[in-house]
Design a protein around this ligand. Structure first.
Ligand SMILES: [Zn+2]
Length: 227
């Protein structure tokens, strides 16, 4: 494994990423191609498959992490209800963040294979996407999108790594993963690479994270639903 690959897998470079203008997103070229084909198919059914979040670099993930750790961004439970930040100790804060957000350096969004999706066809103007469970439930705004994805996304090699709660990440049905890119990436990403990221960056909870890394690697990073 070369150094560039390590930097790609941990979101420190974007040499593996293509930027698209319409719809606006950034992903691995092969994922871009598969996603655009899936978008065309969905459009025939009146669904406008729109990326809400795609490639994310390490700096952005660190910013999200630190804000959540300091209580500057809300923490949610598995049902999407806000938690009381001040009632949590540092370990509980880490657990609460890890329910919905990846450890910086270990976000699947670093790989260019992951896209969080919404249906632009059903969103009222000024609708604020939350990416919370109520939007995808059977009476939620994106229910029809998810029925369509259930039936069709496999044809384009997409799957839902956070389909079920297995003790790690909470279910995120909107988070789609492009298997031909993400499965090799997951196999290549090592605990040593993530340790390098934690040591070399300003991350809130650093010491605790280094101590807990083997558990986090097992229960969160590698604990996903495969296709
Ligand atoms: Zn996501």
């Amino acid at each position: 494994m070369n150094d560039v690959r390590e930097l790609q897998l941990t979101g420190q470079v974007r040499t593996h990423i293509t930027q698209i203008d319409e719809p606006r997103f950034a992903a691995h070229p092969k994922t871009v191609e598969a996603f655009l084909a899936m978008r065309d198919a969905a459009q025939k059914e009146g669904i406008i498959l729109q990326p809400f979040s795609s490639f994310r670099n390490l700096k952005t993930q660190i910013r999200i992490w630190n804000k959540k750790f300091r209580g500057e961004k809300p923490l949610y439970n598995i049902h999407g209800q806000e938690r009381d930040y001040h009632s949590l100790d540092k370990n509980e804060i880490i657990d609460a963040i890890l329910g919905w957000s990846a450890l910086p350096g270990a976000s699947r969004h670093h790989w260019g294979s992951e896209i969080d999706v919404v249906d632009a066809a059903v969103m009222p103007q000024n609708y604020r996407v939350q990416l919370l469970p109520n939007e995808v439930q059977s009476d939620g705004i994106f229910a029809r999108l998810h029925v369509w994805l259930d039936e069709n996304m496999h044809k384009f090699d997409f799957f839902r790594p956070y389909r079920l709660h297995q003790g790690g990440m909470f279910p995120e049905p909107w988070h789609l993963s492009h298997a031909p890119i993400s499965i090799p990436a997951q196999q290549e990403l090592s605990i040593a690479m993530i340790e390098n990221v934690i040591r070399n960056n300003h991350l809130e909870g650093k010491e605790l994270l280094l101590r807990r890394l083997p558990q986090i690697f097992r229960d969160h990073i590698n604990n996903v639903c495969l296709p």
